[in-house]
Design a protein around this ligand. Sequence first.
Ligand SMILES: Nc1ncnc2c1ncn2[C@@H]1O[C@H](COP(=O)(O)OP(=O)(O)OP(=O)(O)O)[C@@H](O)[C@H]1O
Ligand SMILES: [Mg+2]
Length: 243
Amino acid sequence: MQDKLKQLQLPEIEITNSYEDSSDLFSYLQIIKEQERAKIAKEIQNDIGKILTEIKKELLSWDKDIGNKTNAYIEKIELIEALVDQVIGSAKRISMDLRPDVLDSGVVAAIKWQAKKFCEQANLKYRFSCDNDEILMHPDLSIAIFRMFQEILTNISSHANATRIQIRLSEKEGWVNLEITDNGMGMSDQDTKKPKSYGIRGMRERCQQLEGYLLITTKSGKWTKISISIPIKSLEKASINSS
Ligand SMILES: Nc1ncnc2c1ncn2[C@@H]1O[C@H](COP(=O)(O)OP(=O)(O)OP(=O)(O)O)[C@@H](O)[C@H]1O
Ligand SMILES: [Mg+2]
């Protein structure tokens, strides 16, 4: 009888384990992805960015030493300089897209920076509010919140047809809360279940991993509000356990 009972319990244990395994794998992959991004961003800045700046310096000093410049020469050198500047700009942009330096200044500065950059590019009006200059948390948690914020902004620009967004970041009773409201077309329950849409699913999974939650409230044709709440100390426990 005992054996029979054990057998009956086994599938449940296996299902639980497999859920925990895939959930752990998901968070492990997120960490690896962020480490790779940071590594490539640094390499672009150090290896490519620095050499390009060096090339420009050499070019300018070489140009200064040349006497009797023809118009054709001046045109060519100006073109080369402009091209080098363009590549320096691209290297910086690619590196910043991979991992913005502002992330080192904490979540408040990073969210504020991203909101301004994104809304200026997308021609959206925005309001950002946060009572704190900084909300102290594990760096991996601030990166996770930042990445979810980016996904929410991408969704707004791709799907919402909004003209205005409001961003609220706060800390209350040990929880960090991020709330983004857009004045767009709203969304339905079906939207979040589209078979090939992974953004919202990924954010839900990420919030669960961090022992928090994601909530969507919306009014058709009026607005959508995405609220993320995560305990500030969730990753601190994980790093104590793994050390
Ligand atoms: N702010 C929003 N306003 C209106 N609709 C939205 C908004 N955000 C998401 N949606 C709807 O929810 C759907 C699911 O979003 P989700 O981010 O999960 O996937 P996706 O953006 O379609 O694809 P991806 O996997 O590239 O993120 C979208 O296709 C869109 O219809
Ligand atoms: Mg999306």
